[in-house]
Design a protein around this ligand. Structure first.
Ligand SMILES: CC(=O)N[C@H]1[C@@H](OP(=O)(O)OP(=O)(O)OC[C@H]2O[C@@H](n3ccc(=O)[nH]c3=O)[C@H](O)[C@@H]2O)O[C@H](CO)[C@@H](O)[C@@H]1O[C@H](C)C(=O)N[C@@H](C)C(=O)N[C@H](CCC(=O)N[C@@H](CCC[C@@H](N)C(=O)O)C(=O)O)C(=O)O
Ligand SMILES: Nc1ncnc2c1ncn2[C@@H]1O[C@H](COP(=O)(O)OP(=O)(O)OP(=O)(O)O)[C@@H](O)[C@H]1O
Ligand SMILES: C[C@@H](N)C(=O)N[C@H](C)C(=O)O
Length: 444
């Protein structure tokens, strides 16, 4: 029986050195036949909807140089482009780590509950002023995205930024083992993905897995000394790089956010205006300026990179519709980012009227009712002419803010919006990605 099993294992079972040669001779790695490029090395992954082992022939037809599969039923013994691994995903991660080990450039790991992608994009803009910079594409930040990111780093790159996302404990530790960052930072610790992480304590534990890796391996940490949670970790490191307070390595001063963030630099008079909305973006800006200073980017160039950066993809994106100004924040939402968004919006001026549109926050588990209800309490602290709630979970906020207009689904809301003919409004739209609140914009 055992002999029969071994006979079934293909002779071309992968090992890392064969795989690395294949990778070096390829045009890159792909996990998706819908996006594959000629000469790519294809890894067949299994997901909730497909088993990509069945796409191996398609990948080859589309020009893949080789395919790595992990289901013996799809193996074609006499086709030299087929390679077998026990687990294609693990193989992809091992390859990424092997590639990373060949690199001697700084690899900056970045995680946090909010602002990872924005901070990463700002850092990329700043570092690109001096270095050939590799960085995570969009937010390809999980156990598949991080390996794919690492495998895009070339010999020409001089520095790399690796965004790391998590929705459960252990995720960041796993990504650190793969990416082995030389430097790192946490944007903030908030109430995001509470369900999978096991509450606020779980978020802290998960995110600080990056700090643990950096500490245990003597790597460089950047810490925002104004952050009430992260500042507690300063004393755990020998030489943390601190920002943005006076006396820190890099001093950056918040001026205002109405709606755009204005900042100045320690010891300088000049105030700089950005395209970033909301006071919460100040920390993201300060992090990028600190990284720039640390790696020797000229300050004028770093500032230029920040002031020219335009947010997109529904991440606090500014849209104009007739006389209305819309802040579209439909990319994600959680109790922490909702709170800062509401508070920032509550203080904004500039239009005759204001309307706040909030949708459900997902992945909160047992905290969903209390956290949605808390939003109503926060809104009550401000004068906002119209407040609209849409969704199922957000109905809990009616108990604390009964004045709100409530639409159980976006369909009924659309009709109301269309009939309202809004003019001269400042509007904030925020909710979790699954709410697809961007669909409301056309009806304003
Ligand atoms: C596995 C995969 O990559 N799936 C992507 C695929 O999904 P699809 O619905 O088509 O099907 P399957 O997942 O079942 O497919 C299995 C494989 O088959 C391939 N395939 C399918 C059809 C076909 O015709 N040909 C094929 O080759 C397919 O490509 C799979 O390899 O397509 C979707 C649409 O493009 C993708 O959205 C889906 O991507 C998944 C979600 C993914 O994980 N992608 C990573 C590369 C990634 O980094 N994605 C980021 C989002 C990351 C994220 O959610 N981060 C969280 C925190 C991390 C949590 C972590 N613990 C976790 O569980 O992920 C955060 O909050 O930031 C991104 O897409 O931006
Ligand atoms: N520092 C911050 N603090 C709180 N909220 C923030 C911060 N930065 C950004 N946000 C909010 O989070 C939204 C998404 O920003 P971004 O994509 O940068 O975060 P992210 O952490 O990468 O999210 P994800 O993990 O879902 O990819 C923004 O539109 C904004 O509302
Ligand atoms: C979009 C995804 N990265 C995320 O943050 N999801 C949460 C649950 C959201 O959409 O708010």
């Amino acid at each position: 029986m055992i002999a029969l099993f071994w006979e079934l294992i293909p002779s071309k079972t992968m090992n890392l050195s064969i795989l690395y040669t294949l990778f070096k001779n390829s045009t890159g790695v792909s996990t998706d036949t819908r996006k594959i490029a000629k000469g790519n090395l294809f890894f067949a992954l299994k997901g909730p909807n497909f088993d990509a082992n069945s796409f191996a022939p398609t990948a080859l037809e589309m020009g893949a140089s080789a395919v790595v599969i992990d289901d013996i039923a799809y193996f074609v013994e006499d086709d030299e482009r087929y390679f077998f691994a026990e687990d294609s995903l693990k193989m992809l991660q091992d390859l990424a780590n092997h590639h990373r080990k060949q690199l001697t450039i700084p690899i900056i790991g970045l995680t946090g509950s909010n602002g990872k992608t924005t901070t990463k994009e700002l850092m990329k803009a700043v570092l690109s002023k001096k270095f050939k910079t590799a960085a995570t594409d969009g937010n390809l930040n999980n156990h598949i995205g991080v390996p794919l990111t690492l495998l895009t780093i070339t010999e020409e790159d001089e520095i790399a930024l690796v965004e790391m996302g998590a929705n459960k404990q252990g995720d960041i530790a796993e990504l650190c083992q793969i990416a082995e960052p030389t430097h790192g930072m946490i944007t903030n610790i908030g109430k995001a993905h509470l369900e999978g992480m096991g509450g606020p304590e779980g978020v802290l534990k998960t995110k600080t897995e990056l700090f643990q890796f950096l500490r245990e391996n003597g790597r460089t940490v950047f810490i925002n000394s104004q952050d009430p949670i992260l500042s507690n970790f300063v004393k755990r490191f020998e030489n943390p790089v601190l920002y943005p307070s006076h006396g820190d390595f890099c001093e950056v001063i918040f001026q205002e956010a109405n709606p755009f963030v204005k900042f100045s630099l320690g010891g300088e008079e000049e105030v700089f205006l950005t395209h970033l909305i909301g006071a919460y973006n100040f920390g993201n800006i300060a992090t990028a300026l600190t990284i720039g200073k640390f790696f020797g980017v000229e300050v004028e160039k770093a500032v230029e990179a920040i002031v020219n950066y335009q947010p997109s993809n529904m991440r606090s994106q500014l849209l104009e519709k007739r006389s209305n100004l819309i802040i579209l924040d439909a990319y994600n939402a959680n109790p922490s980012s909702m709170e800062v968004a509401i508070r920032t919006f509550g203080q904004m001026t500039g239009k005759k009227h204001k309307m706040l549109i909030l949708g459900d926050m997902f992945e909160l588990g047992e905290h969903a009712v209390t956290e949605h209800a808390r939003l109503g309490e926060i809104i009550s602290e401000y004068e906002i002419e119209k407040v609209c709630f849409t969704g199922q979970l957000i109905a809990s906020a009616l108990a604390t803010y009964p004045k709100a207009l409530f639409f159980p689904d976006t369909f009924s809301f659309r009709n109301w919006l269309q009939d309202s003919n809004l003019e001269d409004y400042l509007i904030l739209i925020k909710g979790s990605r699954g709410m697809k609140l961007e669909g409301l914009v056309d009806f304003i």
